[in-house]
Design a protein around this ligand. Structure first.
Ligand SMILES: [Zn+2]
Ligand SMILES: [Zn+2]
Length: 367
C-alpha cells in the first residue's frame, strides 16, 4: 500500500462501512466505498520487477485507478493500462519520464473496464503515432452499449449517475458521526467532483490495433507476448507476458484483492488462470494491489473454483440466494478470508456475497 494503514484504521473503517453502507455492485469494479479512507492525490509507486520493467502500483483512490506495467525497450516505452482518468495517466507519465525520457510508443489495455483505459488520451496526445493495443473482443466490448462497467457508452452512464452519487456523498457528510468520517467523505466527494469534470471532457482514445490470438511483439530488443488464454474477468482479457524477465501483467484477471465477477465467466476463469500457471513466471503485476509471486495464482484459482463448486452444489440443493451468500461466505472463510482481506478495500466479506450472486446468476439462473 502506498499509504500506511494501521490495523485500527482498517478495523474502524470496516466497522463504519458495515454499519452504514450498502455496496452497489457497480461500484465494485474495482470500486471503493464512499466511506473508505483514500489517497488525496493521483499517485503511483514504481516497483522494479525486472531489468527495465516496473509495476506502477496505484494508491487507492475513491475513483479507483488500475495498476500499470512499464516496460522500457531500446527505443521506447510500452505501458500496460492507463487508469480511470487522464489526470492519473498524467501523474504516471511524469513518473515514467523521471526514469526514462524515451517516448511511450505503445499502450496495451488488458480489458474494457473504466478504470483501465480512460487515461489513454494522455499518451495519444504526447505521441500522435501511439499504438493502442487490445484484444479484438476488448475493442468490441469497448464500443458496444451495455458491455458492463466500462466502454465508451459507459462514460455517459457514469455521467448520468454522478450527480446522484455526489448528492448522496453530501448527504452522508451532513450525517457523519465524527470528524474523521467527515474528512474521509469530504475527500471522496472532492474526488467524485473532479472525476465528473474530467469525464465531461474525456476524449476516448480507443485501440487502433487489435489481436485475436496470442502473438509476440519484438519491441526494441525485448519480447513482449500478448496472450489470450480464455475467458475470465471478461471475455477478451489480455495477458502481457515477458518470457525473458518472467513477468506477467494480468489486468483484473488476477488481482491481489477479491475478484470482481459481474462481467466475468466464473466457470472458465479458474481454468484460464490454470493456463497462466503453466508459464514460467516469477512476478505478477496484478490489476490492483501489490506485485505478487507465482504462488498467488494457486490461491486465486482456488477461490474461483471453490466458489463455483459451492454455488453449483447449493443451486442443485435449491438453496435460496440469500442463504447461499451467508453459508458459502462462512464455509470458504477459513481458507480465504484472511488472505483476501489484506487491503483496506476489496475485502473478503465485502465482496463474497457479490461474487456468490454473480456466480449464481451465471451458473444457476443461467442469465
Ligand atoms: Zn480494475
Ligand atoms: Zn476490471
Amino acid at each position: 500500500m502506498a499509504e500506511g494503514w494501521t490495523r485500527r484504521q482498517v478495523l474502524a473503517q470496516a466497522t463504519i462501512a458495515a454499519a452504514v453502507y450498502t455496496l452497489d455492485p457497480h461500484e465494485l469494479c474495482c470500486g471503493v466505498n464512499a466511506y473508505a479512507q483514500t489517497a488525496g492525490g493521483e499517485s503511483f509507486e514504481l516497483k522494479k520487477v525486472g531489468d527495465g520493467v516496473w509495476a506502477a502500483v496505484a494508491a487507492v483512490r475513491y475513483k479507483v485507478n488500475s495498476n500499470a506495467a512499464i516496460i522500457e525497450t531500446n527505443d521506447g516505452v510500452v505501458v500496460v493500462d492507463s487508469h480511470s482518468k487522464p489526470s492519473a495517466a498524467r501523474a504516471l507519465y511524469k513518473e515514467i519520464q523521471a526514469v526514462t525520457k524515451k517516448p511511450v510508443k505503445k499502450i496495451i489495455n488488458t480489458h474494457f473496464h473504466w478504470d483501465h483505459w480512460q487515461g489513454n488520451e494522455v499518451y495519444a496526445q504526447a505521441n500522435p503515432g501511439l499504438e493502442i493495443i487490445a484484444s479484438e473482443k476488448m475493442k468490441a466490448a469497448l464500443l458496444r452499449p451495455n458491455s458492463g462497467v466500462g466502454g465508451v457508452p459507459f462514460i455517459e452512464t457514469q455521467l448520468k449517475n454522478l450527480p446522484g452519487e455526489i448528492a448522496k456523498l453530501k448527504e452522508d457528510i451532513q450525517k457523519a458521526p465524527d470528524a474523521a468520517t467527515k474528512a474521509r467523505l469530504e475527500n471522496n466527494l472532492q474526488q467524485a467532483e473532479s472525476y465528473q469534470q474530467e469525464l465531461q471532457s474525456l476524449k476516448p482514445a480507443v485501440p487502433n490495433r487489435t489481436v485475436s490470438q496470442t502473438m509476440s511483439l519484438q519491441e526494441g530488443g525485448r519480447e513482449i507476448r500478448l496472450m489470450l488464454l480464455g475467458r475470465g474477468h471478461t471475455d477478451g482479457d489480455l495477458y502481457i507476458y515477458l518470457p525473458r524477465e518472467k513477468v506477467v501483467a494480468t489486468g483484473d484477471a488476477v488481482v491481489d484483492w477479491m475478484p470482481f465477477m459481474n462481467d466475468g465467466y466464473p466457470e472458465d476463469w479458474g481454468q484460464t488462470v490454470g493456463e497462466l500457471e503453466k508459464l514460467d513466471i516469477e512476478r505478477i503485476i496484478p490489476g490492483h494491489g501489490e506485485p505478487a509471486p507465482k504462488a498467488h495464482l494457486e490461491k486465486f484459482r482456488g477461490y474461483l473454483t471453490d466458489l463455483v463448486a459451492a454455488v453449483k452444489k447449493a443451486g442443485a440443493d435449491g438453496m435460496p440466494l440469500d442463504d447461499m451468500k451467508k453459508k458459502i461466505g462462512d464455509d470458504l472463510a477459513p481458507k480465504y478470508e484472511a488472505y483476501f482481506s489484506r487491503y483496506p478495500v476489496g475485502q473478503y466479506r465485502d465482496r463474497v456475497p457479490v461474487n456468490v450472486e454473480a456466480a449464481y446468476n451465471k451458473l444457476v439462473k443461467k442469465m
